[in-house]
Ligand binder design. Structure first.
Ligand code: SF4
Length: 202
């Protein structure tokens, strides 16, 4: 939200990729529409997984419960890479305070053939919420219910006051990132990759 507000000040037609995995909270979809209207964004592109890929790899819709790495690859990495490919650079809202693989995040990265720009890398949580408060920006409705980092519904839970904000993502698993910022496919997705490739060749 903070990043989008800053970008919209410069150019509300900036291309914004919204990745709809098909597993998002209904509140997130409503919040997206609220943000678009509030900021006057005109360049939002909805990115979704290919329906044939989903039919081939996750026809029952519960791949997340068996192979979360493969599910993220199918529903996030593949569609986002396709959507980002026409661009030479992309801007992300990641922050170092979010921890894990983000604690040494550089403001500008050369990563997998793209330039990634992370303008909020050094921002603190207080910086983010300070800007949101100062500009009276709408907040995601699930924040008030303890969801401090919000991804797909099956893989997100609220956190306690003693936990880090991303502890509610893939709780109980080793997984801490969906893969869109690492692009290093875990071994478990090999079968999914093969099935997706076969689907596309058919
Ligand atoms: S976060 Fe969960 S439901 Fe969403 S794509 Fe990843 S594994 Fe699938």
């Amino acid at each position: 939200m903070a990043l989008l507000a800053l970008a919209a000040e410069i150019d509300p037609s900036v291309p914004v990729l919204f990745l709809d995995t098909g597993k998002l909270f209904p509140e997130t979809l409503a919040y997206r529409d609220q943000i678009v209207a509030h900021l006057g964004l005109t360049g939002v592109r909805i990115v979704q997984p290919d329906i044939l890929d989903v039919a081939a790899v996750d026809s029952t819709g519960d791949l997340w419960s068996r192979q979360a790495g493969a599910c993220c690859y199918l529903r996030k990495v593949v569609p986002l890479v396709q959507a980002v490919t026409p661009f030479g650079a992309w801007v992300t809202g990641r922050k170092r305070y979010q921890g894990d693989g983000r604690s040494a995040l550089a403001p500008i990265e050369a990563s997998d053939g793209w330039v990634k720009i992370n303008p909020l890398a050094s921002w603190t949580k207080q910086d983010v919420f300070g800007l949101i408060a100062k500009r009276n920006l709408p907040k995601h409705p699930l924040l008030a219910k303890g969801y401090l980092s919000i991804g797909c519904q099956p893989c997100t839970r609220p956190v306690t006051a003693l936990e880090d904000e991303r502890d509610g993502r893939w709780a109980g698993q080793d997984k801490t990132e969906c893969g869109i910022h690492t692009l290093e496919p875990p071994a478990v997705i090999a079968e999914s990759e093969r099935e997706i490739a076969l689907t596309r060749d058919a």
